[in-house]
Design a protein around this ligand. Structure first.
Ligand code: NAD
Length: 748
């Protein structure tokens, strides 16, 4: 078994900046307000149903306890009795529309009003709201309880309070059987503290100062910094014992009988297995706690998501210069490139999400067949739940935060795992980001492959991975264990066809910019140029000219040319300089992790540089006989993330587009296409699975929940599908549900 001390990891609650021991910006008031009224209903969304005569049976709507929007069912006007039951399950949503619906199910979120209930039960709104009042009272959570119990054992993050809160607000959501859920969430909550006790600073390589453990305490998320310094997860686990009492005391503030259940459950530390469990699976507590919060419905309301997105924008704004500085330290990233590709890019995504969120979240009505004409059929945009985002090193902010925008917009609880290779940026993200986002619904986990492996032992509801195909396979295997859906944003060799009919200087400028931006460490950079030998000869001086203009005679002195992330990547890339013929550049400096912008001519298919993704400032040119041979070559290889084609003849560009397959395509330019939030971004086959950016990010993190709501009445219509079956019933049913081919005459 692994020693916990070998794992270096950190999770931040956002209350304190441990390293600098200074208070960091408070959680914005808006978020605080939301926290204090957690479980508050989402935007109500009413769907009017066709009015139908009432018939029928009472009581069922009341038992439904659904989450999200309420849709009233036709035929419930007599069900005011049942609405009372439902109301008692506690609706935090806004109840509108005709009564009866209101009381019919304890739901937060949108209500869909059904007609046919006029005058059914005018009291239901009150019932719902009383449920709300009770449950929201509990949302004070157990944080204070945790605070009291902690302090002695190093870093304690009290999640049990959250668990307690979920218990209470579980009622708000009115999920049937939720008391169970919440009770169990109390348990992991306490174990969670052990899992999450670890030192950020250990990773960073610096030592944390001690004594902070007990310092905070007010918020329920207490973190001590010292000792974690990397070495000992064990101290964190020691802390878990301290946490065991917390959940219960925290819940003391909350309402209802559930708290009793939570108290009764043995904590991991009590049953002596907790320590071992958290050593084996140090993230279990964290995941459980996020799940407990998720079950409260806290992340569902639109206002909550907007608040988090605004906070993310504030983070980008207030920490902008720190971020640019960290990028510069990691890869000597020019500020211009950092601003364009990381900060501004992410800000655009946040703003786009804020501009469109209410529209994206709306239920989507769908067409119906004859059998369901009177019903309500729609797609509900449900968050997945607890998701994890794992990022690579090359755009460590963009590739972590842009998916995060989608995950937050879609209403999920999120763990993000930045790349350990971009260590300055990683540290900054881990320390600063949690100061802005809600620690109950968001966490940062740091570390490398070992930590990711352990993290993914836990069941997530969605995994979003960006990185190499090699690691992508590992992630997919881990996801398969739990049948977790996932997105894989991977890499590959992006071909760049250059036609003989071209403005060569313009093409060269655009290729050089896309290739040497971030020193070639861009997944969508042109990996190689493919063209005829004549085109190679004409293009080469233009490439040389562009490189000289952009980076000067000595690119190593240029402030606009970056460096490789580490020595391993430097050596891998330097070996490529043996391939083909060095036509431009070729210089390197190991101490500086510098490889000059380089163009290799006449490379052969079998050479190493044509076997793997370059991912650095070396551009090979592979020559072919003609356009068809180029297309044939591209199609023989793994499908790339993006394909580029340059030609003054739009037929040529379209021919490449029509005859090849890739995640994205761009004609007559390179990486600039990725700035369009309206385009899906993602690979195909070996270069990835799934897509994001703009609304596609929201969709990626959203489960499209197909929903049909029917009335309880009109049973006569249904007899056609019940036994005893007859040929007549069959024909009638088929005529009601069959989809007919358009334009076909059915009479003959
Ligand atoms: P990587 O695959 O080595 O690492 C990505 C993440 O996986 C990191 O957070 C790392 O900690 C984690 N990881 C590494 N090894 C692991 C293992 N064995 N088990 C579990 N997790 C592990 O990628 P990288 O070197 O950081 O980035 C470069 C690669 O990413 C290139 O292939 C590039 O094309 C690709 N990339 C793709 C996109 C895209 O949008 N498609 C964007 C950027 C980079």
């Amino acid at each position: 078994m692994e020693r916990a001390g070998e794992i270096v990891q950190s999770v931040f609650s956002g209350q304190w900046d441990i390293r600098q021991q200074r208070k960091v910006p408070e959680i914005p008031k808006q978020i605080k307000d939301m926290q204090s009224t957690e479980g508050a209903g989402a935007q109500p969304q009413q769907h009017k149903f066709q009015e139908i005569p009432l018939q029928s049976d009472a009581g069922q709507a009341g038992s439904s306890g659904a989450s999200g929007q309420q849709r009233g069912f036709p035929g419930q006007s007599k069900n005011s009795g049942s609405s009372g039951q439902a109301g008692s399950s506690g609706a935090s949503g806004q109840q509108r529309g005709s009564s009866g619906q209101a009381g019919s199910c304890g739901a937060s979120g949108q209500q869909r009003g059904f007609s046919g209930q006029p005058g059914s039960c005018s009291s239901s709104g009150q019932q719902g709201s009383s449920g709300q009042a009770e449950s929201s009272g509990s949302s004070g959570r157990g944080s204070s309880g945790q605070a009291g119990s902690s302090g002695s054992s190093g870093q304690q993050r009290g999640f049990s309070g959250q668990a307690g809160s979920s218990g209470s607000s579980g009622q708000q959501w009115g999920f049937p059987g939720q008391s169970k859920c919440s009770a169990s969430s109390g348990q992991p909550g306490s174990s969670g503290s052990s899992g999450q006790q670890r030192g950020s600073l250990g990773q960073a390589g610096s030592s944390g100062s001690s004594g902070q453990a007990g310092s905070s305490g007010s918020s329920g998320q207490q973190r001590g910094s010292s000792g974690q310094a990397g070495s000992s997860g064990s101290s964190g686990q020691a802390g878990s014992s301290g946490s065991s009492g917390r959940g219960s005391s925290g819940q003391a503030g909350s309402s209802s009988g559930q708290q009793q259940k939570i108290q009764d459950l043995p904590s991991p530390s009590q049953d002596n297995k907790g320590g071992e469990l958290s050593r084996m699976n140090p993230y279990a507590g964290l995941v459980d706690c996020l799940r407990a919060t998720w079950l409260t419905g806290k992340t569902r309301p639109m206002e909550y998501r907007q608040g988090q997105l605004e906070a993310l924008n504030r983070f980008l704004e207030e920490r902008r210069s720190d971020l640019l500085h960290a990028l510069n330290q990691d890869m000597r990233r020019p500020h211009f490139e950092g601003e364009v590709a990381e900060v501004a890019f992410t800000r655009s995504e946040v703003n786009n999400a804020l501009n469109n969120l209410s529209c994206w979240m709306k239920d989507e009505n769908v067409s119906k067949n004859l059998a369901t004409k009177l019903d309500c059929a729609f797609i509900r945009k449900d968050p997945y739940g607890v998701v994890v985002i794992i990022a690579p090193y090359n755009y460590p902010i963009n590739l972590l935060l842009v998916p995060l925008v989608g995950a937050i917009a879609a209403g999920n609880c999120v763990i993000v795992k930045p790349s350990e290779l971009a260590r300055h940026t990683e540290r900054l993200l881990a320390e600063a980001l949690p100061c802005y986002l809600d620690p109950e619904t968001f966490a940062v986990v740091t570390g490398g492959s070992e930590e990711v492996t352990k993290l993914l032992e836990n069941q997530f509801d969605y995994i979003f991975f960006t990185g190499s195909p090699r690691v992508g396979k590992i992630i997919m295997t881990a996801a398969a264990k739990h049948l977790t859906p996932l997105t894989l944003e991977l890499g590959g060799k992006n071909p760049c066809y250059v036609d003989k009919c071209c403005n060569f200087q313009n093409a060269a400028n655009r290729i050089v910019w896309g290739k040497f931006f971030n020193a070639g460490q861009t997944c969508i950079a042109p990996d190689y140029v493919i063209c005829t030998i004549e085109t190679q000869e004409r293009l080469m001086p233009c490439l040389r000219q562009a490189i000289r203009e952009f980076y000067g005679e000595c690119p190593q002195d240029s402030p606009d040319f970056g460096r490789l992330i580490d020595d391993k990547h430097f050596r891998r890339l330097r070996a490529f300089l043996e391939c083909g013929r060095v036509a431009i550049g070729g210089e390197s400096d190991e101490c500086d992790r510098y490889i000059a912008p380089t163009v290799l001519a006449d490379v052969k298919e079998w050479e190493p540089i044509m076997q793997e993704e370059v991912f650095g400032p070396i551009l090979p040119i592979f020559t072919v006989g003609d356009l068809d041979e180029a297309i044939h070559y591209i199609n023989r290889k793994q499908r790339p993330l993006v394909a580029y084609a340059f030609s003054c003849d739009c037929k040529v560009v379209n021919h490449v587009l029509n005859c090849t397959s890739s995640g994205n395509f761009s004609g007559n330019d390179t990486i600039i296409y990725s700035t369009l939030v309206s385009l899906p971004f993602g690979g195909i086959g070996y270069s990835g699975l799934g897509k994001y950016h703009g609304k596609f990010s929201f969709d990626t993190f959203t489960h499209q929940r197909g929903t049909l709501l029917r009335c309880m009445g009109l049973e006569a219509i249904n007899t056609v599908r019940y036994p005893p079956y007859t040929e007549g019933k069959l024909q009638l049913l088929l005529s009601l549900v069959d989809v007919k081919r358009k334009g076909m005459c059915t009479l003959l």
